[in-house]
Design a protein around this ligand. Structure first.
Ligand SMILES: Cc1cc2nc3c(=O)[nH]c(=O)nc-3n(C[C@H](O)[C@H](O)[C@H](O)COP(=O)(O)OP(=O)(O)OC[C@H]3O[C@@H](n4cnc5c(N)ncnc54)[C@H](O)[C@@H]3O)c2cc1C
Length: 388
């Protein structure tokens, strides 16, 4: 058993299957892609063919119909193996908006192909350059014209959009009602990127890690009215309902990252000899690793609780947010400790530690930043006054 494994692992068969698949994608594979900032197509194809990305699609639509706990374990193991699920994790959960709020026709039309992997729905356009976290301030507009909507505007950080057939897009269809909530009047559309032609321009953004993210511009994009999800003007609710699943799954990825860092730190501390003994014999090296392990296990419990509540259909907003924050903190700290344990070699590309550290750093900011989670806890859990 690897060093960072808990005494009894949940869903051992799923873990074993994912581990076996990931063996085919070692550090060298990710290093090469990282340097070229290239998309891990073979890895994504392998996960798709093995059915892992269809984990959450109900069996009635050709998916595996697994629980969120099981889906979380899949992504945790991907990260724990040193791979990067960010290339495709949204294929698992973005379809949830159609599943929960789409019409029967939309579900019949899209979900089986998404489950089979023939259709990729792994892009989700919410963030805009001027609105940032203040989603209600977004400026992308959708205007109804007969049996179409005409969309104009811009998104930023739309990850995987260049590797998607479809994207979910949040746009304003009407101004917020007088005295009403600012989030009213936003609508969700399913945009078919394959037929968008010149109305959609995708401009990749090069980032500190290999993450296929982009700016997207919409110029008189015509979207059939039948691609509106749910009711016009209620889109913000639909987006929110998917966010708990996203936060829990990404928290599970952070747990996987933390385990990878801890395993690597333990292994290196045991073999690196300085002053005639393994560095891991020094408590100055042991204690930070032990502390990261404790933090990871505590975060892991919160991830499991959040996923269990989600699977029972119970309110899990607080737990999903806390799981995301604690797990992201645990992976970041474990990464930091792993670098420190490796000394100079922590910075060498061939050890993969610096790459994983860059990758896990994202989760302090996306899909929701730590400050916004703290603000949620302060306001919605502790009842403190609203600050914005
Ligand atoms: C690599 C990458 C991939 C992403 N993928 C996607 C994607 O696929 N789809 C998508 O829609 N978005 C995506 N995002 C966007 C991501 O969700 C946002 O970057 C994130 O929510 C923060 O928003 P912002 O960057 O606009 O920061 P801002 O809102 O400008 O905030 C900047 C900083 O100020 C803090 N802050 C803001 N307001 C407050 C406040 N009231 N109190 C305290 N602190 C505050 C924030 O926490 C943050 O740290 C991605 C981002 C990155 C970097």
């Amino acid at each position: 058993m690897a060093a960072a494994a808990p005494a009894q692992e949940t869903f051992p068969e799923i873990r074993d299957g994912v581990r076996r698949l990931c063996v085919g994608f070692p550090g060298a594979y990710w290093r090469e892609l990282d340097q070229a900032r290239a998309y891990p197509k073979d890895f994504v194809d392998a996960l798709t063919q093995a059915g892992y990305l269809a984990a959450l699609v109900p069996e009635a639509y050709g998916g595996a119909g697994l629980s969120l706990r099981e889906a979380a374990v899949i992504l945790e193991e991907v990260q724990r193996a040193g791979c990067n699920g960010a290339a495709c994790h949204a294929q698992m959960y973005t379809m949830g908006t159609i599943l929960r709020h789409g019409s029967d026709e939309q579900k019949r039309r899209y979900l089986p192909e998404i489950a089979g992997g023939a259709l990729r729905l792994q892009a989700f356009g919410v963030t805009e350059p001027t609105s940032g976290t203040d989603t209600a301030a977004l400026r992308t507009r959708a205007r109804r014209e007969g049996d179409h909507y005409v969309i104009n505007g811009q998104k930023i950080w739309t990850s995987r959009v260049a590797h998607s057939d479809l994207m979910l897009l949040l746009a304003r269809t009407s101004p917020p009602p007088e005295g009403g909530k600012r989030t009213e009047g936003l609508s969700v559309f399913l945009v078919d990127l394959r037929t968008a032609g010149e109305s959609v321009t995708i401009r990749p953004i090069r980032t500190m890690m290999n993450h296929a993210t982009a700016e997207v511009f919409f110029e008189d994009l015509r979207v059939p009215a039948e691609n509106l999800i749910g009711e016009e003007g209620r889109g913000f609710r639909y987006i929110l309902s998917g966010m708990n699943a996203e936060r829990i799954l990404i928290a599970a990825e952070c747990i996987g990252d933390a385990k990878w860092f801890i395993d690597r730190a333990v292994a290196y501390a045991g073999e690196r000899v300085v002053f005639g003994r393994p560095i891991g014999q020094n408590q100055g090296i042991q204690f930070p690793i032990a502390r990261s392990y404790a933090a990871m296990r505590a975060a892991e419990l919160m991830v499991e609780q959040a996923a269990s509540l989600y699977d029972q259909g119970r309110d899990c907003g607080a737990e999903a947010n806390m799981a995301k924050m604690l797990a992201a903190d645990a992976s970041f700290e474990a990464g930091n400790v792993c670098i420190q344990t490796h000394g100079g070699f922590g910075f060498a590309e061939e050890f993969d530690v610096e790459r994983k550290f860059r990758e896990t750093r994202l989760y302090q900011v996306a899909p929701i930043s730590t400050n916004l989670i703290l603000s949620y806890i302060a306001e919605h859990v502790l009842g403190l006054p609203r600050s914005f």
